[in-house]
Design a protein around this ligand. Structure first.
Ligand SMILES: O=P(O)(O)OC[C@H]1O[C@H](O[C@H]2O[C@H](CO)[C@@H](O)[C@H](O)[C@H]2O)[C@H](O)[C@@H](O)[C@@H]1O
Length: 309
């Protein structure tokens, strides 16, 4: 499952390296709401690991959003979960003893609105600072039921200062923009020319990001500056104990996900989506290939449930 995919319009060269793969190599269908569920041809070792995972008494499926469930795109508001993954998550969520949770750097409200996941699905936003559940009205309006994140006066002042300084620096670079999140400020450089984006990143790291009390993460064409010290690793540890999980599946694509991979233990499965160094035990090439993992896990868990009853 480590084959490198050929680029597509939504998957430009600088996100995923060029490579070759026979069209039917991974058994992954193209995205489409009507695509049938299928048995994917996963690497044998990964398939065996999923089989063991599917047999866990209580299974926590904790997943990053961007780059894992939704392909990376230039405009974050245009991100969408792949329909095959959405269906597999809906299938998993109704199975006995399975908890599906999204764990993202996005704020919880954005995440709940963008991710096409079942009503009541737990969402962990802002890298663990926000906990909530997706709400869905009868007319299809998505929202989140989450406790408002609270900052101390000092933290709120620091966030405001970070926003001011980062916006001032970003204004000089075409395409760069700044996202204000409840407990963080994020510099986005994906739309900028690569060399301008790299220079701006250096300036932001040396400037606002260097203030005391700022927790900095450099991710995929983003510099995230948070005023709260939370990690996805803490979030997964808390979730594991909250739901009483016997085993965890965690999948992520970016640097912040390494904190979550670091807290996985014996019976857990960690899957890195895409390139880059990782603590995860397994790797798939992209969100399309990851959708095959979810479909397979749902299938195996269904078989396990039938055997149990
Ligand atoms: O923890 P995640 O769910 O992976 O969220 C991390 C960041 O995701 C978003 O940015 C990333 O995805 C964008 C859309 O594909 C892309 O344009 C950007 O370059 C990526 O870094 C989101 O906008 C950030 O706020 C999240 O922190």
């Amino acid at each position: 499952m480590t084959t490198e995919p050929a680029p597509t319009p939504d998957r430009p060269d600088r996100d995923v390296p060029h490579g070759e793969r026979a069209p039917d190599d991974a058994g992954v269908p193209g995205p489409g709401v009507d695509a049938p569920l299928f048995t994917a041809h996963l690497e044998e070792g990964l398939d065996a690991a999923l089989r063991d995972l599917a047999g866990a008494g209580r299974l926590l499926v904790a997943l990053d959003f961007d780059g894992v469930l939704a392909p990376i795109v230039v405009d974050p508001t245009a991100s969408r979960i792949l329909p095959v993954s959405a269906r597999a998550l809906a299938d998993l969520a109704v199975l006995d003893g399975v908890d599906v949770v999204l764990v993202s750097g996005r704020n919880a409200a954005d995440l709940a609105t963008l991710a096409d996941v079942p009503d009541g699905t737990r969402v962990i936003g802002s890298h663990g600072a926000e906990l909530g559940r997706v709400t869905l009205t009868p007319d299809g309006q998505r929202g989140v039921d989450a406790e408002a994140l609270s900052l101390s006066e000092d933290q709120a002042a620091l966030r405001a200062e970070l926003l001011r300084e980062t916006e001032e620096l970003a204004a000089a670079v075409e395409g760069a923009w700044v996202q204000a999140k409840p407990a963080a400020v994020v510099l986005h450089t994906r739309p900028a020319a690569p060399e301008d984006g790299a220079e701006l990143t250096r300036r932001v790291l040396a400037g606002p990001a260097a203030h005391d009390g700022v927790h900095v993460v450099v991710g995929k064409e983003v510099v995230e500056m948070a005023v709260l010290a939370v990690t996805k690793g803490d979030a997964v540890t808390t979730l594991r104990s909250d739901v009483g999980a016997d085993a965890v599946l965690y999948a992520g694509d970016d640097t912040t996900d390494e904190d979550a991979f670091a807290v996985l233990t014996g019976d857990d499965v960690g899957i890195k989506v895409g390139d880059g160094e990782t603590l995860a035990g397994w790797r798939v090439a992209d969100p399309e290939e990851f959708s095959a993992v979810l479909v397979r896990l749902a299938e195996l868990r269904q078989e396990t449930s039938v055997t149990r009853s």
